[in-house]
Design a protein around this ligand. Structure first.
Ligand SMILES: NC(=O)c1ccc[n+]([C@@H]2O[C@H](COP(=O)([O-])OP(=O)(O)OC[C@H]3O[C@@H](n4cnc5c(N)ncnc54)[C@H](OP(=O)(O)O)[C@@H]3O)[C@@H](O)[C@H]2O)c1
Length: 241
């Protein structure tokens, strides 16, 4: 378990501003009625999505909030302003004012991960249905041009964040799984085909994503009751039951 002394920055952002003009409004708010929910979720489900202010993480958060029955979602990103605007946007779009929260944190660092852990405990009473380890970065360069600093940043952001945050939040995932045997809880690690073959996006990025794939297989076996399955491996996600 990682330790540090950073205080919690869990914020329940107001939803009455920045909802129409900010640059993160990539997809326009849906017209009423809301779209048909994408997923059927467990009752009272809680999710933590890292990197939830843009790209894949934002869409995952949006789909969860539009699904049924209603769940609660905590999104994580470093930039407070973007986080605040995204929480406000999702709250409005998804009719989720009391169900979406944000915590500003850098998950590539121990203090950042500890802040996320405190936020999950505070917001969800220490019970987490799903962790989506989505944060990732790439400095696209040939191996001979890659600097040590770039290497360290990619390893910390793509690989270490996934390993350490999964461990840190595992008590909350196990607690939820114990209380909901039928559905369990789930960890989803966002990887890349670059972790399976050389896709031309850089050796270090590929290395870190291959490590994420391997970590997913290992944790599926260690944490899934009865062990992980081939299907779990293929999807690079696994359920705790
Ligand atoms: N896009 C693709 O084509 C593609 C393809 C294959 C796999 N992937 C993988 O999919 C995942 C998401 O990619 P994306 O392109 O959707 O990402 P993106 O649009 O670049 O968004 C990155 C998100 O992560 C946050 N973030 C970045 N570093 C962070 C950190 N250290 N701590 C906390 N938050 C952090 C960013 O907000 P802040 O900057 O405010 O922190 C932002 O919300 C990554 O793991 C990526 O490797 C992407």
């Amino acid at each position: 378990m990682e330790k540090d002394s950073t205080s919690s920055h869990l914020t329940h952002y107001p939803t009455h501003h920045h909802t129409t003009t900010h640059p993160l409004t990539v997809i326009q708010p849906p017209s009423s009625p809301l779209p048909t929910p994408m997923f059927t979720l467990p009752q009272n489900a809680t999710y933590c999505v890292t990197g939830g202010t843009s790209g894949i993480g934002l869409e995952v958060a949006r789909l969860l909030l539009l699904s049924a029955p209603p769940c609660r979602v905590l999104i994580v990103a470093r930039r407070s302003r973007e986080l605040e605007m995204t929480v406000a946007m999702l709250a409005q779009e998804c009719d989720a004012e009391d169900r979406v929260l944000g915590v500003p944190a850098d998950v590539s660092t121990p203090p950042g991960r500890a802040a996320v852990s405190r936020a999950v405990e505070e917001a969800f009473g220490g019970k987490l249905t799903g962790l989506v380890n989505n944060v990732g970065c790439n400095v696209r360069k040939a191996a001979l041009e890659q600097t040590g600093g770039e290497y360290d940043a990619m390893v910390a952001t793509n690989m270490s964040s996934t390993y350490f945050l999964s461990k840190l939040l595992s008590p909350f995932l196990f607690e939820r799984a114990r209380g909901d045997i039928a559905n369990g809880s789930v960890v989803v690690n966002v990887s890349s085909m670059a972790g399976v073959y050389s896709s031309g996006t850089g050796a270090v990025y590929g290395m870190t994503k291959a490590a994420v794939n391997s970590l997913t297989r290992s944790l599926a076996c260690e944490w899934s009751k009865g062990g992980g399955t081939t299907e779990n491996y293929r999807r690079f996600s696994f359920s705790l039951r």
